[in-house]
Design a protein around this ligand. Structure first.
Ligand code: ADP
Ligand code: MG
Length: 210
């Protein structure tokens, strides 16, 4: 089994021309400080480690509102790592992305083979249990149906917000074609994928191979 997170997972998506939130990585405060000028505020710092796949739970996600708050947030991550006995190896610096939080991904089902998944993300995931699946690969019409399956379709297709639904469909189609070339992909999770008027951006990515 192999697992990709952080930079490696982002690079995997970038190679497929799937948009990810702008990011840099750093191993220590000095490196991070040097790269800080490439970001505006707010920005986000994340502790990336295979020992901590749920970053929020261990205090591994910090929104940095101002330049002045940066060092303290970085130290907080180091502290969180120490408390959680997590190896401090990679910090992800990431742009703050506005949008509707969605979950998209792939799973290998024992009956159906690879399936592609779409759901509403963020705080609604567990509360609403609103997800839609299709067997891979899918076309854009299937992707439309997946959106229409959701209780949240009214939100995604909202006339007021004008989310880039065409782009979302393209992301689903593209993801659904990955297993054709990579049969050993067991799981791909983008949670959240931020959907806005401008398109989509993957904010948190995890990929597992058999
Ligand atoms: P984890 O799922 O491991 O706890 P995430 O990277 O998904 O960590 O971050 C947790 C939550 O924080 C996300 O679901 C999202 O609500 C918010 N968040 C994380 N990164 C960003 C970002 N770059 N821009 C906006 N919100 C973010
Ligand atoms: Mg997440």
């Amino acid at each position: 089994m192999k697992i990709l997170i952080g930079k490696e997972a982002n690079e995997f998506l970038e190679k497929l021309n799937l948009n990810v939130a702008y990011y840099e990585t750093a191993r220590n405060l000095e490196e991070a400080t040097k790269k800080l000028s490439r970001f505006s505020f707010p920005m986000v710092l994340k502790l990336i480690s295979k020992d901590a796949l749920h970053k929020t739970e261990i205090g591994g996600v910090k929104v940095v509102k101002t330049k002045e708050g940066f060092e303290e947030a970085f130290e907080n991550l180091r502290e969180a790592a120490k408390i959680g006995k997590i190896k401090f190896e990679e910090v992800l610096l990431q742009e703050f992305v506005e949008g509707l939080e969605l979950i998209v991904g792939l799973k290998k089902d024992t009956t159906f083979g690879h399936v592609v998944m779409l759901g509403l993300g963020g705080i609604y995931v567990e509360a609403l249990h609103d997800v839609s699946f299709r067997v891979c690969p899918i076309n854009e019409k299937d992707a439309s149906e997946m959106i229409n399956d959701l209780k949240a379709k009214e939100v995604i297709l909202s006339k007021r917000k004008k989310f880039d639904v065409e782009r979302l469909k393209k992301v689903l189609v593209k993801l659904s074609k990955i297993p054709q070339k990579m049969k050993d992909i067991a799981e791909l999770d983008i949670n959240p994928l931020m959907l806005s008027e401008e398109g989509t951006k993957a904010v948190d990515v995890r990929i597992i191979f058999d």
